[in-house]
Design a protein around this ligand. Sequence first.
Ligand SMILES: [Zn+2]
Length: 163
Amino acid sequence: MDKMTPEQRHHCMSRIGSRNTRPEMIVRRWLWRQGFRYRVGVKSLPGTPDIVLRQYSAVIFVNGCFWHGHDCAKFKLPSTNTEFWRNKFERNKLRDRRVYKQLHDLGYYVLVVWECQLEASRRLATLQALSTRLSEIYLDTHQAKPRAYGDFNQDLPSIAAEP
Ligand SMILES: [Zn+2]
């Protein structure tokens, strides 16, 4: 059951690191329709994130569950050369963590969308959560705190607030 045919394995392998994979396009189309503007495949950033939203200081990785070793039903360790594959997935996961840390240290929010979260039954909830998260990030980074009603002296030095 957990055995891949050579064709399946070739299909999986041919997709590693590739751009414009279907899950990535689902996310990109959604963001575009929601009015988010972004760049793709920015090589100057660690790990070449799939989607970069500079206004939000955010990057998005759309990860395939197989190659990135997601702990979900889509991930199955191949039954042949198991040790080789186990090591490979561990290295992939370590590399991912290193890249996320580097981006974080550069001041980016790192968002990961998993392939399994884009399956039809979960897709809309995932995409809506992504939009919500980006809006929160925008408020965080732009300090757009809601002002109390009647706070019309906002441009004056706030003397009363000094300790
Ligand atoms: Zn998954």
